[in-house]
Write a protein that binds this ligand. Structure first.
Ligand SMILES: [Zn+2]
Length: 382
C-alpha cells in the first residue's frame, strides 16, 4: 500500500438553505466587507442578489465583481484585482462554477502580494497569507471549492496556466444544493460528467491512495447513481444533494491524487477552441478510458458498477464494457460524440499535445503516455 498524508483544512457547510449561515461565518471571522466575484449569468437569474441580500442583512458590506467569463483570462484577473483594491474589502466570496472560483483564487493572491498571474504559475509559488476566501459552488461541479489550484488562460499563448498552492484553498466552502437546482439541463450534464471524471481519474491515477480512493468511491457512488436523474429534473432535491456532495468528494479526491489524460488533454481543447471544460472532458472520456484499459488492475469493474443503471453488479466484466457505458452516458446526456462536432480542427493537435504534456495530469495517468500518444488520442477523439 502507498504511504499517504492528507488534510482537508477548510470548513465545509453542507445543506439545503446553508447560505443562511453566511453572516455568522463572516461575523465569526471578523470580516465586515466582502468582495463577491461572480458572473453576469448568475446575476441574471438572481443568484448574486440572493447571496448579496443575505450578506447585507447581516450588516456586512458587499462589493461585487461580475464580469468573469468562461475560461477566464489574465485581463479579467487584473480587472478584478483592481476592483478589489478600490473596494476596501477584507475578504472574497466566489459564487459560481469553476471560472469565478479561479478568478477569486487569483485575486486572493495578486491583491495581497502584487505581481502578475505568471509569477505564481506552478507548484507552491504562493506565499503564506492570501486574502481569506469563501467558496459557494453553483454547479456540481468543479470541486474547486476544495482544491488548491486555479486555472487562468494566457490568451496570447492559447495556454491554460495553473497556480497550484495550498495557500489558495478557500477557508470555507458553503454547499447549498438549492443553488444547483436552477441550472439548465446542458450545464447540469456537462458539470455532472466532469465531476464523475474527477472521481474516476483520481481513482485510477498512479498517485491514488487509500484516502483519495475513499473520497473517489463515494463520489462515484453518489454521482453515478444520481447524475441521469438530476439532469432529467434539477428540482429533484435528493439527486441535487447527492450531486453536490459527490462533486465536493470528487474534488477532495483529485486535490490529492491528481487527474489523468482526460484533464491533461482537455485544457488545450478549451484554450484553443473555447470549448466548455465539462464538454471537452466528456468528449475525450471514451477515447482515454479505452486507451487506459490496458493498465486496468480491476478498478474498471468497480467504476462500471458505480455508473451502471443495473441493480445487480455486472457479471463477466470486460474493460471494453466501461468504454461502451461512458459513450452511452454521453449520448443520453446530449454530449457531442467527437471533437470535430464542436469545431476543433486537426491542425492544432501537435501544439495542443505539447501543452498537454506539460501538465502533471498526464504524468499520473495509469498508462504511460508520450507526445505521440496524445496526438493519436486527439485524432481518435476527433
Ligand atoms: Zn474538470
Amino acid at each position: 500500500m502507498k504511504d499517504f498524508n492528507f488534510k482537508v483544512p477548510q470548513v465545509i457547510e453542507f445543506g439545503l438553505g446553508s447560505l443562511k449561515k453566511l453572516p455568522a461565518i463572516l461575523d465569526e471571522n471578523k470580516l465586515d466587507h466582502v468582495y463577491l466575484v461572480s458572473d453576469r449569468g448568475l446575476e441574471a437569474i438572481g443568484v448574486v442578489k440572493k447571496i448579496q441580500d443575505i450578506i447585507e442583512a447581516g450588516g456586512i458590506k458587499c462589493t461585487t465583481y461580475l464580469d468573469v467569463l468562461p475560461n477566464p483570462t489574465v485581463d479579467i484577473v487584473n480587472e478584478a484585482v483592481a476592483g478589489y483594491k478600490a473596494s476596501g474589502a477584507s475578504s472574497i466570496i466566489a459564487v459560481g462554477g469553476g471560472s469565478p472560483m479561479d478568478v477569486a483564487k487569483a485575486v486572493s493572491v495578486l491583491a495581497q502580494f502584487g505581481g502578475t498571474v505568471h509569477d505564481y504559475v506552478g507548484l507552491g509559488k504562493v506565499p503564506v497569507g492570501t486574502i481569506p476566501m469563501i467558496a459557494i459552488p453553483t454547479t456540481a461541479g468543479t470541486g474547486s471549492e476544495v482544491t488548491a489550484s486555479c486555472v487562468i488562460t494566457d490568451e496570447e499563448a492559447n495556454y491554460k496556466m495553473s497556480i497550484i498552492s495550498y495557500e489558495i484553498l478557500p477557508k470555507y466552502a458553503v454547499l447549498d444544493p438549492e443553488l444547483i437546482m436552477t441550472a439548465p439541463a446542458s450545464i447540469a450534464a456537462a458539470c455532472g460528467v466532469d465531476a464523475f471524471i474527477h472521481a474516476m481519474e483520481a481513482y485510477v491515477s498512479t498517485d491514488a491512495t487509500l484516502f483519495s480512493d475513499a473520497m473517489g468511491e463515494k463520489a462515484m457512488e453518489l454521482i453515478g447513481g444520481n447524475l441521469r436523474r438530476f439532469v432529467a429534473n434539477r428540482k429533484d432535491e435528493e439527486a441535487a444533494c447527492a450531486m453536490m456532495a459527490g462533486s465536493t468528494f470528487a474534488g477532495i479526491a483529485f486535490a490529492w491524487a491528481k487527474l489523468g489524460n482526460i484533464h491533461g488533454m482537455s485544457h488545450p481543447v478549451s484554450a484553443y477552441f473555447h470549448i466548455a471544460h465539462g464538454v471537452a472532458n466528456a468528449i475525450l472520456m471514451p477515447t482515454v478510458v479505452e486507451y487506459n484499459a490496458l493498465a486496468d488492475n480491476g478498478r474498471y469493474e468497480k467504476i462500471y458498477n458505480y455508473l451502471s443503471t443495473d441493480k445487480e453488479p455486472v457479471k463477466d466484466f470486460k474493460p471494453s464494457m466501461l468504454v461502451d457505458l461512458v459513450k452511452e452516458l454521453n449520448a443520453e446526456l446530449g454530449i457531442p460524440a467527437s471533437l470535430s462536432a464542436v469545431g476543433v480542427t486537426e491542425d492544432k493537435f501537435e501544439e495542443m499535445a505539447t501543452d498537454a504534456m506539460k501538465t502533471v495530469n498526464v504524468m499520473v495517468n495509469p498508462r504511460q503516455t508520450g507526445f505521440k500518444d496524445v496526438v493519436n488520442l486527439y485524432q481518435k477523439a476527433f
